[in-house]
Write a protein that binds this ligand. Sequence first.
Ligand SMILES: [Zn+2]
Length: 272
Amino acid sequence: MRRTEMTPQDSSPAVDAMGVSRSCIDRGDLVDKADDDHARWMHEALTLARTMQGLVWPNPAVGCIVVNDGLAVGRGRTQIGGRPHAERVALENAKERAQGATLYVTLEPCCHWGKTPPCTDAIIAAGVTAVFAALQDPDARVNGEGFATLRRAGIDVNVGLGADMAAHIVRGFFKRIATGRPFVSVVPSTIESRGRVPSTYDGAAFTGENGSLRLLLRAGNTFREIELMSIRQAEHLLTYCGRIGLTTLLVMDSDPLARHLRDAGLVDSCSD
Ligand SMILES: [Zn+2]
């Protein structure tokens, strides 16, 4: 049992406070096994999500597993650049084996038309009967409506399993939704790290030799460097980063920018 990982944000008459179906609870000693299985699959989905941190901005890194009859029949993760979404990839892998399956996903499935059709449509069309989601998506276009859409289609929806780890993975996405700015980490400077961006960050900001602010933006396995001639203040830099979609930003401790950000109270973390 990994009860400490579960912090349900949602409730449904069909589930108890731990997000476990009441029909499981009535089966006595099967409860522990069911709980462990759900936690194990969600852990796998979270592991998939983690591998895409830094690669999917402006979207969140999400992992998804489709399980049928105790077997994983489809795995997916948000693709580089943010599309396709994890659920679509997993369902395409599963094909007809998604019929009657349980889908584990680290963030609420989208229910709006963006550059791709809603994932809720794909989940319903595939015949999935139960969904375990770690977190509700605070994006105003989703924000619980994804779960409501699935429930209206008769799908059993459980929310909260693995929420702590999922929230850590998408902390930058959530920060940007809430404030319009990325999650800022100041990290110790080392010769090895200078000029590089650790894999979990979308980009890095630093002060150039001429005193101007510069951004190193990750695009898949490559980087693009831009100089921000007109931006002088740390706060404006973060607003700009949020506007272009960055969710996590790294700043080296030795850079003068780190002190400016600290003085302005704009640093979220001093290490990862
Ligand atoms: Zn989606």
